[in-house]
Design a protein around this ligand. Structure first.
Ligand code: NAD
Length: 299
């Protein structure tokens, strides 16, 4: 049974590790959070006392961490995990981080003679649980091919976007677009509601018309319109405002590096900053941007 080390068992990493177990991989898991570790154990992962211990005897290491600082902190430097890995371990970082940070990680792995790819995901927590994530990979084709059996255990679409860092570029292009159509959807729904429309009826009309989009179809931001989405459970779970703020920051940094014009992305970043001013709101799902447009009751 192939052994996989999995580091970072949060909203995404937890269900991804569980799917690897379901598909027959022996998963040795580590997270800084006890709660995340307990859940991973309940899903059949073996717990390790440290990231380095998780990698003992592993053929592949998958990381799913909050951001670039966590990834660089884990892997790089004289005491980083790259130094502790066996020579033939394949490193797959699925965290969403800056393309330049991914390039730095992959180059450092290369200097140690290790194969590594960036493989951020799209699909959210529901797709992570269902094993239907999309992976956007960056790195050389041999390493991406070697990663495929592991990625297929957690996802359905595996794309090779290009060399190191390309997966991250694809990911932030996608998430910038996601922020923009979520904002547009919330704005249009509120305009309808403010003018007497039922948000369910309006959603149905727009889904069958030219305004149809993923936010409307799969992730309706208006409470009560769609079952099983964060909007219908107080915007809990899902993809946090804080993570969307991070991704829009990465998109703006990338645009600055390439001197690209991204006015709608910049506006989306500003609106998400305006919305997520306090810690409580930052932990809500990103579809809570609907609240930015809703009028206080009685208005
Ligand atoms: P999360 O905060 O729920 O999970 C991150 C986990 O990493 C936490 O359990 C934390 O304790 C752990 N961690 C942090 N530093 C660590 C370290 N040094 N060693 C071990 N564990 C460590 O975040 P998430 O929602 O699972 O997102 C993970 C990544 O996936 C992020 O980069 C995010 O941008 C990306 N992503 C998230 C979603 C989503 O819908 N949540 C969708 C696509 C991509």
């Amino acid at each position: 049974m192939a052994k996989v080390a999995f580091i970072g068992l949060g909203n995404m990493g937890g269900p991804m590790a569980a799917n690897l177990v379901k598909k027959g991989f022996a998963v040795s898991a580590f997270d800084l959070s006890r709660e995340a570790m307990a859940q991973a154990e309940a899903h059949g992962c073996a717990l390790a006392a440290s990231a380095a211990e998780a990698t003992e005897g592993a053929e592949t290491l998958i990381s799913m961490l909050p951001g670039g600082e966590a990834v660089k902190g884990l892997f790089l430097g004289a005491r980083g995990l790259l130094q502790a890995l066996d020579d033939d371990v394949l490193v797959i970082d699925s965290s969403t981080i800056a393309a330049n940070d991914a390039r730095q990680l992959i180059a450092a792995a290369g200097e140690r003679g290790l194969r590594a790819i960036d493989a951020p995901v799209s699909g959210g927590t529901a797709a992570a649980a269902a094993g239907t994530l999309s992976f956007m990979c960056g790195g050389d084709s041999g390493a991406v091919r070697a990663a495929e059996p592991y990625l297929k255990a957690m996802g359905t679409n595996i794309f090779h976007a290009g060399p190191a860092g390309s997966g991250q570029v694809a990911k932030i292009c996608n998430n910038m677009l996601l922020a923009i159509h979520m904002l547009g959807t919330a704005e249009a729904l509120q305009l309808g509601v403010d003018n007497g429309l039922d948000p369910r009826v309006l959603s149905e009309i727009m889904q069958a018309s030219s305004g149809d989009n993923w936010s409307l179809d799969k992730y309706n931001p208006y409470p009560g319109v769609m079952e099983g989405v964060p909007a219908s459970r107080g915007y809990t779970g899902g993809f946090s405002v804080a993570l969307m703020q991070k991704d829009l920051g990465l998109a703006m940094d990338t645009a600055a590096n390439s001197a690209s014009s991204t006015p709608l992305g910049a506006l989306a970043k500003n609106l998400y900053q305006l919305h997520g001013v306090d810690r409580e709101t930052q932990q809500l799902d990103f579809s809570s941007i609907q609240n930015l447009f809703r009028r206080p009751a009685g208005d």
